[in-house]
Design a protein around this ligand. Structure first.
Ligand SMILES: Cc1cc2nc3c(=O)[nH]c(=O)nc-3n(C[C@H](O)[C@H](O)[C@H](O)COP(=O)(O)O)c2cc1C
Length: 173
């Protein structure tokens, strides 16, 4: 018989196992999970990990995870987690129900630290926003040069003509 607990201690991918129903308290965490979040297994066992790792009391991601848990469905969610030392990481959390005779008996969680990828996406998004802002500024300049200034000059010429007509009493241009 394979001692899976011993094997999982050496798996470098963080792993956790929880009870099947709310509040889904943790029953097992491997070493890689403890290394990722900075808490010991003693601190994690018996705890709902969301309560410990997610700081804002309510987020859309949290609501989505809960809905999937209630339906015993697989899910992949992106959620900001806080380590014990206060630092944060973006957790791409994979949750999978372990079923026996179609009844959920455990949940397996595999968090993936995707902080670097999120930072890259944010930087790319910022570049796109900067380009858009520059384009908008060029379009604004174009509109000013091609529409606003000519319209202003036309009105100005017309006003000048009208005031000249007023003072000279001329009615034709
Ligand atoms: C096995 C398992 C592992 C989980 N691991 C994490 C985790 O590492 N980080 C996290 O933010 N939430 C994790 N969650 C989700 C939260 O514990 C919680 O279920 C979720 O945020 C739903 O919110 P609520 O329980 O506060 O309603 C895990 C859930 C399960 C079932």
């Amino acid at each position: 018989m394979i001692d899976l607990k011993k094997v999982f201690e050496h798996v470098t991918i963080p792993m956790s196992v929880s009870e099947p129903d709310y509040p889904n308290r943790l029953l097992y965490v491997n070493k890689a999970y403890c290394d990722l979040v900075g808490y010991s297994s003693q601190e994690l066992i018996g705890v709902n990990p969301g309560e410990l790792l997610q700081k804002p009391p309510y987020t859309k991601a949290r609501e989505q995870i809960r809905a999937k848990l209630n339906n015993y469905e697989d899910s992949i969610s992106l959620v900001l987690n806080h380590r014990k030392d206060g630092s944060t990481f973006w957790n791409e959390l994979h949750l999978h129900p372990v079923k026996e005779n179609n009844v959920c008996i455990y949940w397996v969680g595999t968090p993936v630290d995707v902080t670097a990828a999120v930072a890259r996406s944010a930087a790319e998004l910022e570049k796109v926003i900067t380009t858009l802002k520059n384009n908008v500024s060029e379009i604004k300049t174009d509109i000013i040069e091609k529409i606003v200034i000519p319209t202003f000059n036309k009105r100005h010429r017309q006003n000048k003509r009208e005031s000249a007509q007023f003072y000279t009493g001329q009615t034709h241009s």
